[in-house]
Ligand binder design. Structure first.
Ligand SMILES: [Zn+2]
Length: 294
């Protein structure tokens, strides 16, 4: 009984993190990554900002009510207008502010599954709530299947699709010359990652996505996670090894015929829990997500 209550509570936390309500006290702060790249924190996912002499590009847009504060911060760091906005995936804490920027002329770019997903309401069984369709002004106007590049200033901005990872439309963005990656929610630093299995995510896809980030990196690469502080490729490697081991451990138990409840009772990830089990994704919720995605 205790366990059931715990899981439900954790799911509510997931929902509230993606759909926070009170934005009145949120402040937008910036961290400088290179001379031309910053990331901004407020509420929701980290926003990447790339500036060049003719414009700027942002990765993700957080929540709609934060638009003026985010635009003010961007204007304090860049003399020119926002030319592009790249959505890393469909969750509202990452693309909820799209029209704040598209209404001023920014071109919104996303993987095609993001565009599809936000056009139709659906009940998300993992989040246990309706995800409402978004109006047309929020939709990306450029979509692509696998990968694409933008070229601005001296920079190549590579947008790389990582299939069925955190969701079914995730991309990671590499600023080649600056040697910076914005990882979206394929790589997060709040502990065990949230896998939106009802939005097309899977544990195997997250591991493959982390491998893609590692492939795109060297020891100097600065990695902006979807949530949390700046990281290096070593941090990504560490998370990948935890996830590989978790996946294998839970797969062995599931293949032996253990039910989810039996697996939860065994606490198979106990050695990682102190560092990775968080208030957002507890060990139990993570095990449930991995079990259901195998
Ligand atoms: Zn997300």
């Amino acid at each position: 009984m205790n366990k059931v209550r715990f899981l439900i509570l954790a799911f509510l936390l997931v929902g509230s993190q993606l759909n926070a309500q009170d934005f009145s006290k949120v402040k937008i702060t910036e961290t400088k990554v290179t001379d031309h790249i910053y990331y901004l924190k407020g509420a929701g996912g980290n926003i990447g900002l790339f500036t060049w002499s003719g414009g700027n590009l942002i990765v993700d847009s957080q929540f709609k009510p934060l638009g003026d504060r985010i635009k003010e911060k961007v204007a304090s760091l860049s003399n020119s207008s926002t030319k592009y906005l790249i959505d890393t995936h469909y969750h509202g804490d990452h693309l909820g502010g799209n029209s704040n920027f598209s209404s001023n002329g920014a071109i919104v770019v996303a993987q095609e599954n993001v565009r599809k997903r936000i056009q139709t309401s659906f009940f998300n069984n993992v989040l246990k709530r309706d995800i409402a369709a978004l109006p047309k002004e929020e939709w990306p106007v450029v979509s692509f299947k696998e990968s694409m590049s933008l070229f601005e200033g001296d920079e190549e901005i590579k947008i790389v699709f990582t299939p069925n990872a955190h969701t079914d439309g995730d991309v990671v963005v590499k600023f080649v010359k600056n040697n910076v990656i914005h990882a979206g929610d394929v790589f997060v630093r709040y502990g065990y990652p949230f896998i939106d299995t009802d939005g097309g995510g899977s544990i195997g896809g997250i591991i493959d996505g982390l491998s893609k980030i590692i492939e795109l990196s060297d020891a100097e690469t600065k990695i902006i996670p979807g949530h949390g502080e700046l990281a290096t490729v070593e941090d990504v490697r560490e998370l990948r090894s935890v996830l590989e081991d978790s996946k294998n451990t839970i797969a062995v138990l599931k293949n032996k015929g253990k039910t989810l409840d039996e697996v939860l009772t065994m606490k198979p990830l106990a050695k990682y829990d102190e560092k990775y089990s968080g208030s957002f994704i507890s060990s139990q919720v993570f095990i449930q997500l991995v079990y259901s995605s195998l």
